[in-house]
Design a protein around this ligand. Structure first.
Ligand code: PLP
Length: 361
């Protein structure tokens, strides 16, 4: 039976990582994978994570199962982190959260929920979008289409073209948006653009699905959640898939959450039963360790303060690197304007390099 299976083509990003590791040149730089690196080129364990982890382990007396929805304390702490403590929609009891194996797991659970609710659903993703959105969403049987987003000429969002395209979507269409630090372009929506999209979504009765993988790494913890918070306050329905991989540096611990907002508390309760059933059919229960660490950090003032500072340092370093890159490129390529790199946020930028300018040695 298994001999029928053909070899899959290599994943280009993972292939680039392997080529980087094998390259003996000390000047090599890996520009492929989206992980934070310090000035030594390392992806460190955050101090707040080390301390929280020690506290969690010292108290832990069992490794028995937690639950398909994961750690309830983590889910609640994540709701407050994402939407802000005291958000009216949280107070109204319209948000339900399931812990998931990373942002990818959350995106997939959300896609499964959409397919259960609306089997003919089409999710519209930005051009370009994070490459993994495609297998994660289509793997759940969802059809994908795309809307224009990035303007390479200015290095920013081509907002009027994007809006024209969203305006034509049929009622009920689902629009996937990146909360901040757009992957792979680094071009984010401004607060007034989020407001314009909200008005369009309301007028056209669309459903947004927000992917938030970089809260705190763009302009600030609250600032990066502007879109999700605004939409949660104003819309009857919303999905937000969140990753703790980057902002908590917990990549391999597979920590994330899916928040779903429903029009009524009864509807929200029904959705939670669906989410739990979906988890049972895929992985049964999410891994606990990363969620226990995040819960510890977010509910302990001292650890939370330390984490907030560390997120601030990572954010400042990325902004500083963007500034340095623009200054260096201005010297080496005086004929071209790279200032857009500095205006963007997060880990990614499109440099506009052609295939011939890149070579794998
Ligand atoms: C846009 C976006 N969404 C979601 C994720 C999910 O990450 P993870 O599954 O590692 O938490 C990533 C990670 O690179 C991302 O860039």
């Amino acid at each position: 039976m298994l001999e029928r299976l053909e070899r899959m083509p290599d994943d280009p990003i993972l292939g680039l990582m392997a080529a980087y590791r094998a390259d003996p040149d000390s000047r090599r730089v890996d520009l492929g994978v989206g992980v934070y690196r310090n000035d030594k080129g390392e992806t460190p364990i955050l101090e707040a994570v080390r301390r929280a982890e020690a506290a969690v382990l010292s108290r832990q007396t069992s490794k028995t199962y937690v639950a398909p929805a994961g750690n309830a304390g983590f889910n609640q702490a994540m709701e407050k982190l994402v939407f802000g403590d005291g958000h009216p929609t949280l107070r109204a009891g319209r948000v339900r959260t399931i812990q998931a194996p990373g942002g990818c797991g959350a995106l997939r659970v959300g896609a499964e929920l959409i397919r259960r609710a609306y089997p003919e659903a089409i999710v519209h993703v930005s051009t370009p979008t994070w490459a993994n959105h495609v297998p994660l969403l289509t793997g759940a049987g969802i059809r994908l289409e795309s809307y224009p987003y990035y303007d390479a000429a200015t290095g920013s969002v081509n907002f009027s073209v994007m809006m024209d395209s969203l305006e034509k979507l049929p009622k009920g269409a689902i629009v996937l948006l990146h909360a901040s630090c757009h992957n792979p372009t680094g071009a984010d929506l401004s607060e007034s653009q989020w407001r314009d999209i909200l008005a369009l979504v309301q007028r056209r009765a669309l459903t947004p699905y927000i992917d938030m993988a970089y809260q705190g790494l763009g302009t600030g913890i609250a600032e990066d959640a502007f879109g999700p918070r605004l939409f949660a306050a104003e819309l009857p329905e919303l999905l937000v898939a969140v990753s703790c991989s980057k902002n908590f540096g917990l990549y391999r611990e597979r920590t994330g959450a899916l928040h779903v907002i429903s029009q009524t508390t009864a509807g929200a309760d029904a959705i939670l039963t669906q989410l739990v059933r979906i988890a049972r059919t895929i992985y049964s229960m999410p891994p606990d360790h990363g969620a226990a660490i995040v819960h510890e950090i977010l509910t302990n003032d001292d650890l939370r303060g330390s984490w907030t500072d560390e997120v601030g340092s990572m954010r400042a370093r990325m902004a500083g690197l963007r500034k340095d890159a623009v200054a260096k490129l201005a010297k080496t390529s005086p004929g071209r304007d790279f200032s857009f790199i500095e205006r963007q946020h997060g880990m990614f930028s499109f440099l506009g390099a052609t295939k011939d300018q890149l070579s794998l040695v």
